[in-house]
Design a binder for this molecule. Structure first.
Ligand code: SAM
Ligand code: SF4
Length: 314
């Protein structure tokens, strides 16, 4: 269905845990988050019930996220239940990739169609510093495992951070020469731990176009402006929520791990869905879609959401 701004909402992102095995500096506090009481997050059946209601209103694409979705107990059950819902055309998942060596093949068998793997640096020392506990080799092995399991249209998410990885853009672009992947650069958004980082950390994706004029434009896809190096196997995506606000094209709604519907990543408004069933659940979702905020205010102030990114899912 359409929201009050005329946007066709057909994409539901579902966070299935706030927990993560990494502590990326811009996303999580150094000590991580407290594990909630048993039952604080929705059960696989509750996610499926909400997804079914969303599909009845026109949602076609689902994405699992977190926290780190691969640390969630019952992950494969959740995938199987969601993929089996009639009307779901695509089940995607965003992961830090570290647990893919063991889980890529089971995820494929459980019905996941596409994977986005987050990777902000190709240097082991920087990787360890940014994630505060990760090893780059795990993610590289995870990417191999994903390819071997048949995930052939991988997307790599790289958050562009001034003074951290802006000198690695060329190395990321080089990956697309051989690999049929989409390397996506994402502008750092001021929220949670990075809400008040100094302005030099926040780079516009346009700096990439200035530095690499050989990038040739392709038709855009969703919220990404797309490009390609001449003759490359893969593509490049620029996701610019700050410098090229895309709220008018936003077709997504979000479900937090504890069952709250968010119409916008950056809004404080949430609708509790837990405990609602049947028509009451569909009505609440309809209301949530209608009330989807027209846009964010990141040009004037940091994100309004009281949640950190690991509690919403990016
Ligand atoms: N743990 C998984 C991962 O890292 O892919 C899924 C959850 S993570 C919150 C989803 C995405 O949000 C990641 O690509 C991460 O880099 C991105 N992200 C987190 N905080 C961000 C911020 N402040 N600005 C832009 N992207 C952010
Ligand atoms: Fe974990 Fe992903 Fe946040 Fe990094 S970005 S701390 S991997 S949830």
């Amino acid at each position: 269905m359409k929201d009050l701004c005329g946007r066709q909402v057909d994409y539901l992102r579902i966070s299935i845990t706030d927990l993560c095995n990494y502590r990326c500096q811009y996303c999580m506090p150094p000590d991580g988050v407290q594990k909630g009481p048993h039952g604080a997050v929705l059960t696989p059946e509750e996610y499926a019930e909400i997804a079914r209601a969303a599909v009845s209103l026109g949602v076609k694409k689902l994405r699992l996220t977190g926290g780190e979705p691969l640390v969630r107990r019952g992950l494969l059950d959740i995938c199987r239940l969601l993929r089996a819902i009639p009307g779901v055309e695509e089940l995607c998942l965003t992961t830090n990739g570290s647990l893919l060596p063991d889980l890529a093949a089971p995820l494929r068998q459980a019905g996941v169609d596409r994977l986005n793997v987050s990777l902000d640096t190709l240097r082991p020392d920087r990787f360890a510093a940014m994630t505060r506990r990760g090893e780059l080799g795990d993610v590289l092995r995870g990417l191999e495992a994903a390819e071997a399991a048949g995930f052939d249209r991988l997307k790599l998410n790289c958050v562009l951070i001034g003074g951290f990885n802006d000198d690695e853009v060329g190395n990321f672009l080089a990956l697309t020469r051989e690999k049929p992947w989409e390397v996506r650069f994402i502008e750092l958004m001021p929220m949670g731990p990075c809400a008040h980082w100094e302005s030099s950390r926040f780079l516009s994706c346009d700096t990439i176009l200035d530095r690499f004029p050989q990038l040739e434009p392709l038709p855009s896809q969703g919220v990404a402006r797309r490009y390609q190096l001449p003759g490359a196997a893969g593509t490049v995506g620029l996701i610019s929520p700050l410098s090229h606000e895309f709220c008018a094209q936003c077709r997504r709604i979000r479900l937090t791990a504890d069952g709250h519907l968010k119409g916008c990543l950056h809004s404080a408004e949430e609708l509790p869905l837990r405990g609602l069933h049947g028509d009451a659940l569909v009505d609440a979702l309809r209301q949530g879609i209608l009330q989807k905020p027209a846009g964010h205010h990141l040009d004037r102030r940091p994100s309004d959401t009281p949640r950190d990114m690991n509690q919403i899912g990016g």
